[in-house]
Unconditional design. Structure first.
Length: 291
């Protein structure tokens, strides 16, 4: 992730390369190629918004996409340290291509529904904003959210390129935010430069770094402020799941012990697909703790 300003700090710019990150999401969730693109775009979008709006590393930002497509709910949570995790309702959803060779992301997401963004800044109540889906392409919907909910004119370009075998070959994106003080001619020039860009995945496949992507838009009139890695990270643990089981209460845990046919009970994290196992004896210990 690269954070930068341009045109005498009248523009905020963010760019990231996320190929390894999206490939890990694909591997953990065994997603179809089109869902890989949808989940990857959502995760990178969450990272870009987090870079633009979170001040502290521990703060969290969640992008929640609930469209009427076969993929179901798509959720990604990023923090201020460049870490993200994600989940999807139907990992194997597919939609017929409308353009030769182009994944139909809108087809699996749907174009009716809503996108919400929640920021947990450590205050008493998190901030949340919501907009109706415009296209299901994720990037356009995030730009629409920024204009409608945060009154910030923005351009968002996010892409994931998946080879026929299903592996992620390229993933990346950018977020450009226009601040007060820009002239009409400057705005038109920026819009023209963004419109003339190749697709974000083409830029990544051509070997451009996040800095070079921003230079393609602003030339040398860009000042890089920060650069840091983006990674998949899930804070789940056996201890967290044990604590969650306690909250089920004595009756529910006892029912699980009595109805479970296997020697152990499996609990799976929906964000990373890590599995944790509890034997009947361990569950009885949790029952005593719940009492």
């Amino acid at each position: 992730m690269v954070r930068a300003t341009a045109l005498d700090e009248k523009v905020r710019a963010f760019s990231l390369g996320g190929t390894a990150l999206v490939e890990e999401l694909r591997g953990r969730h065994d997603t179809s190629p089109t869902v890989t693109a949808a989940l990857g775009r959502t995760a990178m979008g969450a990272l870009l918004l987090a870079a633009a709006s979170l001040k502290e590393q521990h703060q969290l930002l969640t992008v929640d996409v609930r469209g009427d497509g076969p993929a179901g709910r798509i959720l990604a949570t990023a923090n201020g340290a460049g870490e993200v995790r994600g989940m999807v309702g139907n990992a194997h959803a597919e939609a017929p291509s409308v353009t030769q060779g182009k994944l139909n992301v809108a087809g699996v997401v749907g174009n009716s529904g809503y996108l919400s963004v929640t920021k947990d800044l450590g205050m008493r109540e998190p901030y949340s904003g919501m907009v109706e889906l415009q296209s299901g392409e994720i990037g356009d919907d995030l730009a629409h959210y920024l204009v409608r909910s945060e009154q910030t004119p923005s351009a968002v370009g996010i892409g994931v390129f998946v080879v026929p075998a299903g592996v992620v070959e390229a993933a990346g994106g950018f977020l450009i935010q226009l601040l007060p003080g820009l002239s009409e001619s400057e705005i038109e020039r920026i819009e023209g430069q963004i419109a003339a860009l190749p697709h974000p995945t083409r830029l990544i496949r051509d070997g451009l770094s996040p800095e070079a992507v921003l230079q393609n838009i602003f030339g040398n009139d860009v000042d890089v402020l920060d650069r840091y890695p983006v990674t998949f990270s899930c804070p789940c643990s056996r201890e967290r799941f044990r604590a969650a089981i306690v909250t089920l209460g004595v009756e529910e845990i006892t029912r699980i012990i009595e109805e479970e046919e296997e020697e152990r009970t499996e609990v799976v994290c929906h964000f990373c697909n890590e599995a944790y196992y509890f034997t009947a004896e361990q569950l009885r210990e949790i029952v005593e703790e719940a009492r």
